[in-house]
Ligand binder design. Structure first.
Ligand code: JHZ
Length: 405
C-alpha cells in the first residue's frame, strides 16, 4: 500500500523558466501547476511522487539544464568514465558497446570512442550527434530498447546519471535494461540518495522530474523482480547533494561481478538503521520540512524588516520546490544569479523571480545570498570571497535554516 507523508503544495515544472511575456500574461497559455505530494510504498519501500507529471511537459526542447556548463560535473563524469574503463579487468566486461540513457549534452559519452545515446530533450540531441554518437531522440522504454538491440546489438555497459529516477514506470525501464544488457554486461546508474535527503533535510530533491527518490533497499527489490541484481554501491556524498552509484548485473549468471567490499550490505544496513523501511521515519521528516519552511520564511521576513538586500544564488530545480512550497517571491528575494546562458533573462517557475547573469549582478550590493545551489556550497563560497570579506552572509536551508560566511 502507498501511504502519503508529505505535501509540498502546488508546484510548477521545476526547470521551466519563463519568458517575460509568459509572466506578464501576454500569452494564452497559463503556467502549469500540479500537486506535489509524496508517498511511501510499504511493499517495496519506494518513495515516489503521488501524481506524476506527463514526461513531455518536462523533457522537451526547452529543457534548461546543460550538464557541460557545470565544471564540477564535467570533471565528475570524466572521472566516472575513467573508473568504468579501469573496472573492466576486475569485472570482466567490455566497453566496446556503451549506451547512455539521458545523455544530456554528452559529458560522459565524450570519454568513449563509440557510444549510443538516448535523450528525449531535442536540444541536446544535435550536440551528441555532432560529437559523432548515434542519439535516439526518445524516452527509454522496452520498445526503444528493442530497436537499439536490432541496430547495434547488446550493450556491454549501460550508464545513466540523474535520469533513472526520472522514469515513472521502473519495471518497464529495468526490463528494457535487461533486454539490452549483454550476458556479462554491467548497468551503472547514479541518482540522489534517499538516505542523504532524509539525513540532510533536503526536501528540495523532490520536484516533478524526480518521480522517485531511491533507497538501495527499494531498488534491490524492484531490480530483483526484473531479474537484475545490485552488486556494488558507491556512496557519492558530494554529488548533487548526496547520491548513490549503483552497479547492476543480470541475476544468476556466472560472472566476476560480486560485492567484494560488502558495499550493498553496508548501504542497506545504514538505510535500515535510519528507518527507511518504516513509515514513521517519513512522518518525522515531514515535520522537519514544515519547520524548515517556517524558519526560512521567518528569516527572510526579518531581513526585509531590517532593510537587508537578499538575492538567490543558482537557479536550480531544487529552488523551485523551496520557493513555491514556502511561497517566496520577489517580495523576499530580488533576483537569482546564475551562469547558465539559457536561464539568464528568464523568470523562475512559479515564483517569477528574475534570473540575472552573475557577471551583471553586483553581488557586493547584497547583504544575504540564499543558496539555491547549496550542493555547490564550497565552490560558490570559494568563488565569492569578496562578498564574504565585505561582510556578506550566505543563507541555506540544508541541513537546517542557517547563515554562514
Ligand atoms: P544543480 C539538475 O537539478 C537537474 P538542479 C536534473 N533534473 C537533476 O536531476 C539534478 O540536476 C541532479 C548554477 N550555478 O546542478 C548553474 C551558478 O550560477 O544544482 C545551475 O543553473 N554558479 C537533471 O537544477 C545551478 O546553479 C555557480 O558557481 O537542482 C546548479 O544546478 C554554480 C556552482 C552553479 O541542479
Amino acid at each position: 500500500m502507498k501511504k502519503e507523508f508529505l505535501d509540498l503544495g502546488q508546484q510548477p515544472i521545476a526547470n521551466k523558466f519563463l519568458y517575460w511575456e509568459e509572466v506578464n500574461g501576454d500569452t494564452d497559455t497559463e503556467e502549469f501547476f500540479f500537486d506535489l505530494k509524496v508517498v511511501f510504498d510499504e511493499e517495496t519501500n519506494l518513495v515516489s511522487l503521488k501524481e506524476f507529471v506527463k514526461p513531455e511537459l518536462m523533457f522537451n526542447e526547452d529543457y534548461k539544464y546543460n550538464t557541460s556548463l557545470s565544471v564540477p560535473m564535467v570533471e565528475h563524469f570524466k572521472k566516472t568514465a575513467e573508473l568504468m574503463k579501469e573496472l573492466r579487468n576486475d569485472y570482466g566486461y567490455k566497453t566496446d558497446n556503451v549506451l547512455e540513457i539521458g545523455s544530456n549534452d554528452g559529458p560522459f559519452v565524450s570519454n568513449f570512442e563509440n557510444a549510443v545515446c538516448v535523450e528525449p530533450c531535442d536540444n541536446f540531441v544535435e550536440k551528441t550527434e555532432e560529437l559523432g554518437y548515434k542519439t535516439y531522440n526518445a524516452f527509454w522504454t522496452t520498445e526503444l530498447a528493442e530497436n537499439i538491440v536490432n541496430e547495434f546489438g547488446k550493450m556491454d555497459l549501460i550508464y545513466s546519471a540523474n535520469c533513472i529516477c526520472h522514469i515513472q514506470d521502473l519495471d518497464d525501464c529495468f526490463q528494457a535494461v535487461k533486454n539490452t544488457l549483454s550476458e556479462k554486461g554491467m548497468f551503472v546508474f547514479e541518482d540522489p540518495s534517499l538516505l542523504r535527503m532524509m539525513e540532510r533535510g533536503s526536501y528540495d530533491q523532490i520536484y516533478d522530474e524526480h518521480a522517485h527518490v531511491f533507497s538501495v533497499l527499494a531498488l534491490k527489490k524492484i531490480l530483483a523482480r526484473n531479474d537484475l541484481q545490485i552488486f556494488r554501491v558507491d556512496d557519492l556524498s558530494h554529488i548533487h547533494g548526496g547520491s548513490n552509484r549503483i552497479y547492476v548485473r543480470r541475476m544468476n549468471i556466472n560472472s566476476n561481478m560480486f560485492d567484494a567490499s560488502g558495499s550493498v550490505f553496508e548501504a542497506i544496513r545504514q538505510e535500515k538503521e535510519f528507518g527507511l523501511d518504516k513509515f514513521e521515519t517519513y512522518k518525522v521528516f515531514a515535520n522537519r520540512v514544515e519547520k524548515s519552511k517556517k524558519d526560512l520564511v521567518e528569516k527572510l521576513n526579518q531581513y526585509k524588516k531590517e532593510g537587508k538586500k537578499v538575492a538567490s544564488y543558482g537557479a536550480t530545480s531544487k529552488s523551485t520546490t523551496v520557493f513555491n512550497y514556502c511561497d517566496i517571491g520577489t517580495d523576499l528575494i530580488d533576483l537569482i544569479s546564475d551562469t547558465t546562458p539559457d536561464k539568464i533573462g528568464l523568470y523562475a517557475p512559479g515564483s517569477h523571480i528574475p534570473v540575472k547573469n552573475r557577471s551583471e549582478v553586483n553581488i557586493l550590493d547584497y547583504d544575504v545570498l540564499f543558496l539555491g545551489a547549496w550542493n555547490f556550497k564550497d565552490t560558490i563560497a570559494n568563488k565569492e570571497q569578496e562578498f564574504i570579506k565585505k561582510g556578506g552572509k550566505f543563507l541555506t536551508h540544508v541541513p537546517q535554516v542557517m547563515e554562514f560566511s
